[in-house]
Design a protein around this ligand. Structure first.
Ligand SMILES: CC(C)(COP(=O)(O)OP(=O)(O)OC[C@H]1O[C@@H](n2cnc3c(N)ncnc32)[C@H](O)[C@@H]1OP(=O)(O)O)[C@@H](O)C(=O)NCCC(=O)NCCS
Length: 146
């Protein structure tokens, strides 16, 4: 089940963050700011009493975009379709919010994530040189919903 995360669930979000990302982990303070920001939505994927994934979406005011700020499925739960479910949920939310595009950035060596996005018809839009630091490029993907 995918449901909005509350402040009380910060420890679960942080546990997912620690297990999923070896570097560039978001801090608890940043997650808290996401939860209270009106244009940001934070979700937890729960199943069998466990938090198995997280998703952070931004719906900026006066914009037509839905931005995926973060998607995370810890290694123990990867490869079971959860990432795909979270991305399909993103699409559902974007349509509900009348957005016409979903945008996200990914490290250019993150083959697994890129395969997921491409399998869902996200198109490579732009290479972002040094986006994640010197020598670490990003790729911006876009999916048009119209
Ligand atoms: C990227 C991530 C969210 C995918 O989640 P997941 O639950 O493992 O993905 P799914 O099981 O839903 O797989 C969906 C698709 O991803 C791709 N995929 C999944 N496992 C893969 C693997 N081991 N190798 C290559 N591609 C793979 C496939 O295209 C797969 O589609 P298919 O099952 O129809 O073949 C997850 O691996 C993750 O959190 N990784 C670390 C954090 C990260 O990279 N986040 C994204 C930053 S932009």
């Amino acid at each position: 089940m995918i449901a909005p995360a509350s402040e009380a669930e910060l420890p679960l979000l942080m546990e997912i963050e620690r297990k999923t990302f070896l570097t560039d982990q978001f801090s608890e303070a940043l997650y808290l700011s996401f939860i209270v920001q009106p244009d940001i939505e934070v979700y937890l994927y729960r199943a069998g009493g466990n938090a198995q994934g997280s998703l952070v979406l931004k719906f900026a005011e006066d914009d037509t975009l839905c931005q995926v700020i973060s998607i995370a499925v810890p290694p123990a739960y990867q490869g079971q379709g959860l990432g795909k479910e979270l991305m399909l949920f993103t699409e559902e939310r974007a349509r509900e919010k009348k957005r016409d595009q979903i945008q996200l950035e990914v490290r250019s060596n993150n083959m697994r994530a890129m395969e997921l996005y491409e399998s869902l018809q996200y198109m490579e839009h732009k290479i972002l040189r040094d986006f994640y630091g010197p020598g670490i490029d990003g790729i911006r993907y876009i999916k048009c919903l119209t």
